[in-house]
Design a protein around this ligand. Structure first.
Ligand code: PNS
Length: 160
């Protein structure tokens, strides 16, 4: 019985994130997907509670996946939620550099191991940052996000 934590800003969650969770769902008994509050990124696009709601809608079809939010370190979230491992997606060599260093750091701090999962090639170019940028400029990003995110972006636009 191994419980995994999949942390991220998820601002917003996209199809690359969905690929990662669908890939690891059969490998772990439980996966908690956590929308992390990052004090360094105060110019958030979606509020934390909306990011969590979008996570919940995105992973509703996976019976061993739950979602929550957390403010603090990833290693603290892992300890508080009783996770055995951290899962991270890797899209590119530059992602790998950062994630390997982060994995070693997190292991040095609390001993928790990180499992790195390569992105599916079909979505390896997708990033939340570019989704925000393109959506802000009025273009359609529905090919890169779940339906619930497309709908939330539509509501956001209508309310602006
Ligand atoms: O790429 P993302 O989705 O913005 O990643 C966010 C997060 C918090 C998962 C990533 O920055 C990370 O793993 N950081 C490790 C250091 C940490 O715990 N930071 C917490 C501040 S939110």
């Amino acid at each position: 019985m191994t419980k995994a934590l999949y942390p991220g800003s998820f601002d917003p969650v996209h199809l690359g994130h969905l690929d990662v969770v669908e890939a690891v769902a059969p490998l772990f008994s439980e996966i908690v997907v956590v929308a992390m509050f990052n004090p360094a990124k105060t110019d958030g696009f979606f509020e934390l509670d909306e990011r969590e709601a979008l996570l919940s809608a995105t992973f509703a079809h996976l019976s061993n996946v739950t979602t929550t939010r957390f403010s603090g370190l990833v290693v603290t979230a892992a300890a508080q939620l009783g996770a055995d491992v951290i899962v991270k997606g890797v899209r590119s060599a530059s992602d790998l550099d950062v994630e390997v260093q982060m994995a070693h750091t997190n292991k040095a701090v609390t001993g928790i191991q990180t499992v790195l999962v390569p992105s599916e090639p079909a979505h390896s170019f997708v990033s939340s940052r570019f989704i925000r940028e393109i959506s802000n400029c009025g273009e359609d990003v529905s090919s890169m996000v779940p339906t619930s995110v497309t709908e939330a972006l539509g509501r956001r636009k209508a309310n602006s």
